[in-house]
Design a protein around this ligand. Structure first.
Ligand code: 4UV
Length: 530
């Protein structure tokens, strides 16, 4: 059985992403509206400036050699110049591979190598990490969003007198973004998202969010993650909203920004819902401007959501469901929904199909009320994993169905509930953590013979990575030593936070880690496996 969207279908949006977002914004009634505001300094960029600036920076980038088909690594924290770098890059016909702002030099080098990036756009503060990474994977040039000696800045590029590039972008074939995701198994892989898939996903949610010119949206989630990129840049800018940008999450700064900028729309992941529901600081701020809070990227406890809504005086919290491989959105509870059932992630966006596949009888589809694996088909499905045919065919059927590795059911009214995950992926505060990546790091330790990583929940219901480690023969190892060894090599959100020593990692006859057994073991020991 196939579930279809109840919304009227939308036509594919065959436009480059910069056109889908910015076309027409430099003239007319919204041109002088602030597109972006720095939440700390109050500095702003108008729609006219963003549009013209992205064209001028594109001219500078093209003159420097950035060309259609190149991959440009964008390695920067959130700032009001991030979108300038992003849309300028896509205007050259190049593809942006967004890099976590918390990446270590090793992680950046891996992404540069795997994506074949030729260029980096970063900030002065990240240059030491970028330089270390390019020692392993040389690039043709490093630009900076701000100022740094020896590197061309965006302002410098924008001053170029070169003509604006006019690459023959084919929206259906050319890649706009190459974000990294581990998908259902293995190491992070480049997710090939065409201009058409990313632009069409915006069109699929246009009607749900409604016209929102001037709506003030807070951008605290990172732009490098598909959630931030879609929900905090592409969508609100296309709607001519005003995006107030914070460089990182700090509760007091976050609450101050909501109060000072009279924020109406707040997009978060579950840990921020927890803070909004429980932290005493929240009472000291006037948050009455907030019209809605939308949580996504990880499971949200229904009672926590209700507590947060009550405290903010909202009828309910909104949720969205998405995945990097889905450009990213398939489900959302829109602000206009008067009465969504508690805990739902929403209803299918237009032009999207869902199948719920039995976990025990893989060729059998399930109906309403039955839990199974979620499979999606629609224009937002990725083209595949970059350079990885076998991983692509393990995730994407020949007839276009994407296997998510998430488990859930649909109720009689079409609302989806995500209840479990059958893939390896761990979500720490909404960020992706790939067990295979941590296992590879652990195996480089000379005193570790074998290792496996799973997600477990802490006392507050939050998920974190736990490592099961087999010490090498005759070696003594302490938990803290293992934790610190990994922490030195990965971004902070990927840190192993718990270690248990074993004599052997349970494996199948073919050598695959039996994560189910480890989860059962964690459950027995009082930890709640994720
Ligand atoms: O690939 P990724 O890191 O992608 C995301 C994207 C999330 C969204 C959601 C709504 C939007 O409007 C939007 O722009 C972006 O998180 O991780 C994908 C996995 O995260 C889990 C699930 O396991 C996905 O396969 N996940 C995402 N949203 C939810 C969720 C949710 N609401 N509830 C439970 N799990």
């Amino acid at each position: 059985m196939v579930f279809h969207s109840d919304y009227p279908p939308v036509a594919p949006l065959d436009l480059p992403i910069h056109a889908a977002v910015l076309d027409g914004c430099a003239t007319g009634e919204h041109a002088d509206r602030p597109a972006l505001v720095d939440g700390l300094t109050g500095r702003s960029v108008s729609y006219r400036e963003l549009e013209a600036g992205s064209r001028r920076v594109a001219a500078g980038l093209a003159e420097a050699g950035v060309a259609r088909g190149d991959v440009v690594a964008l390695f920067s924290p959130n700032s009001i110049t991030y979108p300038l770098a992003f849309y300028a890059t896509t205007r050259t016909g190049a593809t942006v591979t967004p890099v976590s702002a918390l990446a270590t030099a090793g992680e950046l080098a891996d992404q540069l190598r795997d994506s074949g990036a030729r260029w980096i756009i970063t900030v002065a503060a990240f240059l030491p990490v970028a330089r270390q990474a390019v020692a392993e994977h040389p690039v043709a040039g490093i630009f900076v969003c701000d100022e740094a000696e020896g590197h061309r800045s965006l302002a410098d590029l924008a001053a170029s007198s070169a003509p604006e590039p006019a690459p023959p972008i084919d929206p259906a074939a050319d890649l706009a973004v190459l974000p990294y995701s581990s998908g259902t198994t293995g190491l992070p892989k480049g997710v090939m998202l065409t201009h058409r898939s990313v632009s069409t996903n915006l069109a699929q949610t246009d009607a749900l969010f409604g016209p929102a010119p001037g709506e003030r949206v807070l951008a605290v989630l990172p732009f490098f993650h598909i959630y931030g990129l879609a929900a905090l840049l592409n969508r609100p800018l296309r709607a001519r909203a005003t995006v107030v940008v914070l460089p990182r999450f700090d509760l007091e700064q976050f609450l101050t920004a909501i109060q000072r900028h009279r924020i109406e729309a707040v997009y978060v992941a579950p840990p921020i819902v927890l803070a909004l529901a429980r932290h005493p600081l929240v009472d000291r701020f006037d948050l009455s401007s907030v019209r809605y809070v939308l949580s996504a990227a990880a499971p949200l406890d229904a009672e926590l959501a209700a507590a947060c809504a009550r405290r903010l005086g909202l009828p309910h919290l909104l949720q969205g469901y998405g995945m990097t491989e889905l450009s990213p959105v398939t489900h959302v509870v829109p602000p206009g929904d008067p009465n969504p059932p508690a805990g739902t992630v929403g209803r299918l966006v237009p032009g999207t199909e869902l199948r719920i596949r039995s976990l025990t009888a893989p060729h059998h589809d399930l109906g309403p009320g039955e839990d199974g694996e979620l499979l999606f088909r629609g224009p937002q499905v990725m083209r595949g994993y970059f350079g990885r045919e076998s991983e692509t065919s393990a995730t994407l059927d020949p007839d276009g169905w994407l296997h998510t590795g998430d488990v859930g059911h649909v109720d009689a009214d079409g609302y989806l509930f995500v209840v479990d995950r059958v893939k390896e992926l761990i979500k720490y505060k909404g960020y992706q953590v790939a067990p295979a990546e941590l296992e590879a790091v652990l195996l480089t330790h000379p005193s570790i013979a074998d290792a496996a990583v799973i997600g477990v929940h802490d006392a507050h219901g939050a998920e974190h990575p736990k490592a099961y480690v087999v010490p090498a023969f005759g070696c003594e190892l302490a938990e803290q030593e293992v934790i610190e060894y990994v922490a030195r090599r990965v971004a902070p959100y990927k840190k192993v936070r718990e270690v248990e020593f074993l004599d052997a990692v349970p494996k199948s006859a073919s050598g695959k880690v039996l994560r189910r057994e480890l989860r059962a073991r964690a459950a027995q020991r009082g930890g709640i496996p994720a």
